[in-house]
Design a protein around this ligand. Structure first.
Ligand code: M6R
Length: 369
């Protein structure tokens, strides 16, 4: 049932283009607008929303962090993202105009379930983004947008994450569409880009051999750092989480802008640092700032592993290893930038002799608080 792959995780990484396409299927109509009829919250109710709060754990939380950038940009509705396990214990401010989005692959994560119960008690509407039909979280929510990743067996989440991102983008774009924001034209363009994105994910998968080779050379390292900015920051967090789970290595993701506020002290000779570079188009200021971060850490001896868009030549002189990803709109970049990090972690785990599908101490779904 592993379909010829050594591990479920490898199979699930390879299934990502299909999972992404399946999650989009039937949700973009031929005219290029979104139809999310299954989200049984009416357009007029959605127009009343004055705050979005996303709750989730682990990898699903990282999808939520990325969703915040998309939701706030395309809808101008304030959006908070919180670890489900922290949420209800701080007595969050919620009411009938708050939309709470609970993201969960399994639909059985107890922390997320308790957070959504708390939100409903405060009178908020809850939308679940979930991969498991009929599981508890969608059953207890007001509405659900299913991701169509298919069953995910490996403990480390991969294809579920990409489909959670797709679902988050759909919700953000739909909210923008329903409420009519000044980004109308951009929303139309992004819907088009999204409908082609699974081919880009496929292209990334075809170029992963050098990433595997690189991972094998790092098998004896103790630590790997990840830097990102804007939507690249949650991607860095996700890269670090995958590495912890699978390779049992110390790994940390940082917001690149924080370097000088502390983390740069960790840089020493030959420490591998993976940097997710934003597109030089779009928010070019952020791109330039991260290129100077790469220069700074390299000057202090870091071994730089740079993930950058095709055609971005500015990073070449400072990259010890360069991983190319396709050109995508800034907000969609996580869909392609995360894939090399999954492959990297999986290969490092294999090189270290770890059990890839069943990492020590972890369960696929965490049904206790
Ligand atoms: O089933 P869920 O999406 O609610 O699970 C949330 C986390 O437990 C999960 O993403 C976990 O962090 C994964 N092992 C990450 O690879």
């Amino acid at each position: 049932e592993k379909g010829g792959y050594d591990y479920f995780m490898l199979k699930e990484i390879a299934e990502q283009p299909k999972a992404v396409a399946d999650t989009l299927l039937g949700r973009i109509d031929p005219s290029g607008s979104l139809t999310l009829d299954e989200v049984r919250i009416s357009p007029s109710e959605l127009r009343e929303i004055d705050k979005v709060v996303i709750v989730a754990c682990g990898t699903a939380f990282h999808a939520g962090l990325i969703a915040k950038y998309a939701i706030e940009h395309w809808t101008r509705i304030p959006c908070e993202v919180e670890l489900a396990s922290e949420f209800r214990y701080r007595d969050p401010i919620l009411d009938g105009r708050s939309l709470v989005i609970a993201i969960s692959q399994s639909g059985e994560t107890m922390d997320t379930l308790m957070a959504l119960r708390h939100a409903r008690e405060q009178g908020s509407k809850v939308l679940a983004i979930c991969n498991t039909n009929g599981s508890t979280i969608p059953r207890e929510s007001d509405a659900v947008l299913y991701t169509h990743a298919g069953p995910e067996v490996a403990v480390a989440s991969t294809k579920a994450f990409l489909t959670q991102l797709v679902a988050c983008y759909l919700v953000a774009l739909y909210l923008g569409q329903v409420r009519g924001t000044k980004w109308g034209d951009e929303i139309q363009a992004v819907i088009k880009d999204l409908s082609r994105i699974s081919e880009e994910v496929e292209r990334v998968l075809e170029t992963m051999e050098p990433v595997r080779a690189l991972a094998r050379t790092l098998a004896s390292k103790n630590t790997v750092l990840f830097l990102g900015r804007h939507v690249g920051y949650p991607v860095a967090l996700e890269g670090a989480l995958k590495l912890k789970e699978l390779a049992y290595m110390h790994a940390e993701g940082f917001a690149a802008g924080e370097l000088k506020h502390g983390p740069i002290a960790l840089i020493e000779e030959d420490v591998p640092v993976v940097v997710v570079v934003p597109s030089p188009r779009g928010r070019s200021v952020l791109h330039d700032k991260i290129v100077s971060n790469i220069q700074e850490i390299r000057a202090r001896g870091a071994r730089t592993i740079v993930i950058a868009e095709e055609g971005d030549e500015t990073v070449v002189p400072y990259a010890d290893h360069l991983i190319r990803i396709p050109v995508t709109p800034t907000l969609l970049q996580p869909l392609v930038a995360t894939v090399p990090l999954q492959v990297f972690a999986c290969e490092l785990a294999t090189a270290r002799g770890n059990e890839v599908d069943q990492p020590r101490n972890l369960a696929k779904s965490v049904t206790v608080e």
